[in-house]
Design a protein around this ligand. Structure first.
Ligand code: PXP
Length: 236
């Protein structure tokens, strides 16, 4: 399994004072040096953490793949086509949410999402859909032409260590299997941390894990380099 590191929270901290520290580009560089397979930035509609200039600089300065997380909007579609990141991950977005709360409803917006995916793919960008681990969403995702899905691991992460863990884990396992049988490559992420991540090894063929909050939190105490290396050790 590969590790993609989400560095949005470095930008959150920077924006708290409105200056340039901590430097988001430096964070991307450290992730790259520590062997992250990709760096993820979520350019939200309200620009609450990552800003357009961050995405542009990372794209220009970093060789590691840039995964641009974004909502399915005309504005974001244009930005992606201009910047041409290695991949985009399409997510639902609500203004008031603290973080991405649920998966994208691909089944309920099949036509809209299929239309959105095509120009991105035509431009050579890999497209991933961030979905809940349900049969309905996996099957719909396969119809859009997207090459990847990212399974939302939030419910599993919340249930880790309690009675619902097995149920939530089984949903992920079954969804991954179904997706792979339909020709999709499967990533996973949200809420994964140094304790709950080990069960991802039980899901065959997972391609990449996208992890942000736990790595940046650990970096506060041990530094970003060590935090990334430790997570890489756990998932390799
Ligand atoms: N994947 C997606 C699509 C996300 O929206 C997020 C959160 O921004 C993550 C992964 C990373 O989640 P976390 O910060 O909980 O590790």
């Amino acid at each position: 399994m590969l590790l993609g590191v989400n560095i949005d929270h470095v930008a959150t901290l920077r924006n708290a004072r409105g200056g340039v520290e901590p430097d988001v580009l430096e964070a991307a560089r450290i992730c790259e040096q520590c062997g992250a397979s990709s760096v993820t930035t979520h350019l939200r509609e309200d620009r609450r953490h990552i800003k357009d200039v961050d995405v542009e600089m990372i794209m220009r300065e970093i060789k590691t793949d840039l995964n641009l997380e974004m909502a399915v909007t005309a504005e974001m579609g244009k930005i992606a086509l201009r910047i041409k990141p290695h991949s985009v991950c399409l997510v639902p977005e609500k203004r008031q949410e603290v973080t991405t709360e649920g998966g994208l409803d691909v089944a309920g917006q099949l036509e809209k999402i299929t239309k959105f995916v095509k120009p991105l793919k035509d431009a050579g960008i890999l497209v991933s859909l961030f979905i809940d681990p349900s049969e309905e969403q996996v099957k719909a995702s396969a119809q859009t032409g997207a090459q990847f899905i990212e399974l939302h691991t939030g419910c599993y992460s919340n249930a880790f260590g309690n009675e619902d863990e097995e149920v939530e884990f089984t949903k992920l396992k079954n969804a991954a299997k179904l997706a792979q049988s339909l020709g999709l490559r499967v990533n996973a992420g949200h809420g994964l941390n140094y304790e709950n991540v080990h069960r991802m090894h039980e899901i065959e063929g997972l391609y990449e894990l996208n992890i942000g909050h736990s790595i940046i939190s650990r970096a506060v105490f041990v530094g970003l380099e060590k935090a990334v290396v430790e997570m890489k050790e756990l998932i390799k």
